[in-house]
Design a protein around this ligand. Structure first.
Ligand SMILES: [Fe+2]
Length: 191
């Protein structure tokens, strides 16, 4: 673990799995059919499954392929949030939360790039992967439990429809149809 990892681990609070489940159920209960929040929740579950697939891979080839799938869904999802949802959060008088969201995702992108330089079957890789997974899980908990509920409550319905359209456009722009289908297949099969 690098010094940066140690500092990040020290300042990242860890909520329980139970707290995460409750936050997700609450967010699912207020999400509409196919709105931006329901897409976000779907993408969060795809991200979780993609992390699981990287960890479960038993050889270099399948681990590298799983890491590539994880990178596609994680980058597509975070780019769409950074382009559409965090600016909306800032407009809704939540600049502090928007700033935290941007910096946490910048840290995750930096760590994902560092992961690519490690031997995929090494202990160092497994450590870093677990560290990123934990940081991303905490970030998703903050979004589902607080930030995106604030965004939904404070944003008029007409603007929410625009957020839905823009979020989808940005996600699709990065996660092309081929990659999206591959990611969905992996998510559904649990591989
Ligand atoms: Fe997210």
């Amino acid at each position: 673990m690098s010094m940066l990892d140690i500092i990040a681990a020290a300042v990242t609070p860890t909520e329980s799995d139970q707290a995460r489940r409750e936050a997700r159920s609450k967010a699912q209960a207020v999400a509409g059919a196919n709105d931006w929040l329901s897409m976000v929740l779907d993408h969060h579950m795809q991200v979780e499954a993609a992390f699981g697939a990287v960890k479960a891979a038993r050889d270099i080839r399948s681990r590298v392929a799983a890491q590539k799938r994880l990178g596609i869904v994680l980058t597509g999802h975070s780019n769409a949030e950074e382009s559409v949802l965090y600016p909306a959060l800032a407009r809704a008088d939540e600049k502090g939360h928007a700033g935290t969201a941007y910096s946490e995702q910048a840290a995750a992108k930096t760590q994902m790039a560092a992961l690519e330089n490690l031997d995929p079957m090494s202990a160092e890789y497994a450590d870093k992967l677990e560290h990123i997974r934990g940081a991303v899980a905490h970030h998703m908990y903050e979004e589902e439990g607080t930030w995106f509920l604030e965004l939904q409550q404070k944003t008029p319905a007409a603007e929410q429809a625009k957020l839905t359209q823009r979020y989808k456009e940005e996600f699709d722009r990065y996660v092309g149809s081929e990659a999206r289908e591959e990611s969905n297949r992996a998510y559904k099969s649990g591989t």
